[in-house]
Write a protein that binds this ligand. Structure first.
Ligand SMILES: Nc1ncnc2c1ncn2[C@@H]1O[C@H](COP(=O)(O)OP(=O)(O)O)[C@@H](O)[C@H]1O
Ligand SMILES: Cc1ncsc1CCOP(=O)(O)O
Ligand SMILES: [Mg+2]
Length: 276
């Protein structure tokens, strides 16, 4: 599929979303995997949002009604955690709060796939996965697995993403060299980011958390909010890489760059195209 460059169509929107996140500091509940809790929380804080890793099923009825957005990530799923995820998703959907599903490593087992399909029934606002995760979820079949990493290019998953968006009603985001965002009709490509981000565990999970924060501040435009979050995270990675010696220092510089992003940098670096 060919992509068309539209230089300034998106840039001011990306900056507006980041500015609003910093000003409004949305409360984002994250029920995420053990690997990613730290980086997801630090990503959200650096973007101005307020993370809360609240996952006990006994706390969900008290806490979830107060959040601005929810991020559910199945990366280290066990049967104990699934009821919390479902309870939080149900409350979020019922109260009209946006929520993101990250089907991390969905192909690892039938249990993960079945759980994810049940979570999709609870109407996530956005589903964010890598190419392999979106292909597996869209076809409801695990295929080959490389665990949490993708064995597909994000662009290989465009048709799967469109189909999943149409069947679920969610905006579907596929991370990779080009981040793909689709509502089933429009297909947007976000070209920000750097290959080394794949070498830091939990960057995909952190991106899903950031998408939740941006949804909280622009609930009526989930496609645009998702595109902005992906561009901002990618720009932070690009700036971070220029200062990094490898993945370890990129992790630190990515967080610092996200925290320090200014308008001139954002406007000059946003790289978003429309496919088709
Ligand atoms: N080859 C690449 N070039 C540029 N950015 C990339 C590349 N691969 C991944 N990224 C970026 O890394 C982040 C995490 O994406 P990804 O590695 O696909 O997630 P996951 O960890 O869920 O598999 C995203 O911001 C994505 O844009
Ligand atoms: C390594 C690993 N194993 C299960 S979840 C997880 C973290 C994956 O994080 P990401 O999908 O963001 O790379
Ligand atoms: Mg990864």
């Amino acid at each position: 599929m060919e992509s068309k460059s539209e230089p300034n169509e998106w840039s001011s929107g990306v900056w507006a979303h980041l500015t609003a996140a910093r000003q409004r500091s949305p409360l984002v509940q994250c029920i995420t995997n053990f690997v990613s809790m730290d980086l997801v929380a630090n990503t959200l804080l650096s973007a101005g949002a307020s993370p809360a890793m609240v996952h006990s099923v006994v706390e969900i009825p008290d806490f979830t009604p107060h959040i601005h957005a929810l991020c559910v990530n199945i990366g280290t799923l066990t049967p104990d955690w699934l009821p919390s995820m479902k309870a939080a998703a149900e409350i979020a959907s019922k109260l009209g709060k946006p929520w993101v599903l990250d089907p991390a490593a969905v192909s690892c087992s039938g249990f993960r796939l079945k759980s994810c399909l049940e979570l999709v029934e609870l109407k996530p606002t956005v589903i964010k996965g890598n190419g392999s995760e979106i292909i597996a979820l869209s076809s409801a079949s695990p295929g080959q697995t490389k665990g949490a990493d993708s064995s597909h290019e994000s662009t290989d998953a465009i048709e799967a993403a469109k189909s999943l968006a149409l069947s679920s009603g969610a905006v579907v985001a596929v991370s990779g060299a080009v981040d793909i965002v689709t509502d089933g009709k429009q297909v947007i490509g976000v070209h920000n980011g750097t290959k080394m981000m794949q070498k830091i565990t939990a960057t995909g999970c952190s991106l899903a958390g950031l998408v939740a924060a941006f949804l909280a501040i622009d609930q009526s435009r989930p496609l645009e909010a998702t595109v902005s979050a992906m561009s901002v995270f990618g720009i932070a990675g690009e700036l971070g890489e220029a200062m990094a010696k490898g993945p370890g220092s990129l992790r630190m510089h990515l967080i610092d760059s996200l925290y320090g992003l200014d308008e001139t940098t954002v406007l000059s670096r946003v790289n978003i195209t429309r496919f088709g």
